[in-house]
Design a protein around this ligand. Structure first.
Ligand code: F6P
Length: 258
């Protein structure tokens, strides 16, 4: 019975990876919308994947924020060795999230759990363009931006467009625009329609979507039936080297029509 279940899940993983044309999917049983333990399983899958995928030498791992990222960060265990050292950095400047789920916090937690190092990127949300320009000349900020641009691994989540717009307190004008553009997904501060086309971008420093293409390791962590549409939209145009860590509920919903 257990073997049958494992085999079934393996088939589903293969089918979903093929659906998106990506490297690999790892599917946890259940629905993370309804069962907390499923997010823990994402964390365990992430930990194992990083252990297998991260090469020897110095790795720079750029991470995004969000509640999923904050929870999986807690699940990492030692990823250091004599040959391997990891440095965690936030992927982009603040995009209007609560402190505990900001990329800075996620990166610090991942470093702490995995015995790695981390660097924070301190850029306030609302800045005049003059202040912004002078901040960009700050050596401490430039140093972190430089590290981000050298990242060989990116870990991020995917959210629902309007949910994320509301959570980040975007203006009514922006929300109306997102509705008119049929935005369904959000990741990295970019909004995507159902075909995976970028319809809006929150301008922030750090990693830009076009930089992702050349990052060797990308792990996307998102699940739950409620996110199926968003995951499906974003993953269509996601870089092909992406590994998707998701759950059965999202996978079944995405593949329903096939
Ligand atoms: O804000 C960072 C972020 O990773 C977004 O890019 C993504 O849409 C969102 O968080 C996911 O948040 P949650 O895990 O809370 O659904």
């Amino acid at each position: 019975k257990v073997m049958d279940q494992l085999f079934g899940m393996h088939q589903l993983e293969k089918q979903l990876a093929k659906h998106f044309g990506i490297a690999r999917c790892i599917i946890s049983a259940g629905d993370s919308d309804r069962q907390e333990k499923v997010v823990k399983n994402f964390g365990e899958s992430l930990n194992e994947s990083l252990d297998v995928l991260l090469p020897e030498g110095k790795n720079i791992i750029a991470v995004m924020g969000g509640t999923t990222m904050a929870q999986v960060a807690e699940c990492l265990t030692n990823l250091e060795s004599n040959e391997r050292h990891n440095l965690f950095v936030p992927a982009r400047g603040g995009i209007g999230e609560a402190l505990t789920v900001q990329a800075n916090s996620v990166s610090a937690m991942m470093a702490m759990r995995s015995n790695g190092e981390h660097r924070a990127l301190y850029v306030p949300e609302q800045l005049s363009s003059d202040t912004y320009r002078s901040l960009m000349k700050e050596p401490s900020i430039l140093e972190v931006l430089n590290l981000i641009s050298q990242a060989n691994c990116v870990i991020h989540s995917i959210g629902r467009a309007l949910h994320m717009a509301a959570r980040r307190k975007m203006s009514e004008k922006e929300i109306l625009m997102l509705k008119q553009a049929n935005a369904v997904a959000e990741s990295f501060g970019y909004f995507f329609d159902e075909a995976g086309k970028v319809v809006y971008k929150v301008p922030r420093i750090g990693l830009q979507l076009k930089n992702l293409q050349t990052v060797p390791l990308i792990l996307a962590v998102a699940g739950g039936k409620s996110k199926a549409k968003a995951i499906n939209a974003y993953m269509q145009n996601a870089p092909k080297q992406t590994w998707l860590l998701t759950d059965e509920a999202a996978a079944n919903e995405i593949l329903k029509g096939e």
